[in-house]
Design a protein around this ligand. Sequence first.
Ligand SMILES: *[C@@H]1O[C@H](CO)[C@@H](O)[C@H](O)[C@H]1NC(C)=O
Length: 386
Amino acid sequence: MPSFVAFLRLAALVAVAVAVPSPEPASGTETAKRATCTVNSVASAADLSDCTSVLIEAFTVPSGGNYHDCCKPQILSRTRSQSYVPFEAASGATVTMNGDITFAKTTAAGPLITFDTENILFNGGDRNINGNGALYWDGEGTNGGVAKPHPFVKFKGFGTFEDVTVLNSPAQAISVGTTGGTAIIQGVTVDNSAGDANGLGANTDGFDISASDVTVSKCVVKNQDDCVAINSGSSITIEDSTCSGGHGISIGSIATGKTVSGVKIARNTVTTGLYGLRIKVDADATDASVSNVIYEANKVSGITEYGVLITQSYPDNDSTPGTGAPISGISFTGGTTSVSVDSSAHTLVVDCGACSGTWDFSDLDATGGVGHIIAANKAVISGGTY
Ligand SMILES: *[C@@H]1O[C@H](CO)[C@@H](O)[C@H](O)[C@H]1NC(C)=O
């Protein structure tokens, strides 16, 4: 039965081809890696650790049960790649979106999608990662009501993350927890503006950063909470970005054990919202600090409560500050930061229990509202209009 034997042989060959990876070529190059991998489902995103190029096509992540436990789209897991052939030796993967990723309502905890690659070039192609937030929003954010997966999107590894829209996150939108190298986040939009309707969107932070060596550049955030919140890290730049509707650009809240140092906030535009620029330190924080923050040439307008708020009373705005998490080295220099506030708002409030150094505010020009309240402890504020 020659044809049957041939069939068996073919079947065996197929089995071998499926089961065994191609041998390394003698040259020792990395051509054994799949050149381009296509993601168009949760399953196809489950294992990308040998892909140097990933093309994401449109797909929907179903609500189904605990999909997040089995196959959360963890694009190019760095941890995982360590147990494969040395992905880290390759010079980084390119991950490109050619269609939207849409999430059905789920009871899964966040993050719902994680980008975790060493030296990634992630280009969203101006496509959407859509969390369908309206299916969850109830005005209570992460403080109650419907359980909301958060954060929605996580950036890990390091590299460049660009040109994607994170649309309608259930609560906090993007968590930045990059490590091992510089992260550049540019041209990324977080659009939760639909959550403005009836006050239903809440705790919809744009970027929550707990990482060092991060630049956020030319991003847009429309939301109902912090545009950017820097919770820990050093060497962080927020530049040329636009925030509207939310709580402005924040350092903090700073909890016990958290340090933020070396932050530059430059040429951003913040419009409409409760706060413009804020440093918020938990009143009960210890073993923590904020140091060396420079504000340069920002434009802040339409603020209804606090144009600039530097407080160690958080979660209060301005009450009895703690002393366990000092603030030092705050400046408004390098170009005018203009702040214009509504009639009942404060231009500048400083509420310090442990602040020190000379704070050069000569390029702060804050106008409108009911003026300032300054309790700067040992810090000496020089210059500026407020
Ligand atoms: C801080 O001020 C904002 C704006 O007025 C207000 O909504 C919030 O309740 C205040 N926080 C506390 C703890 O009082």
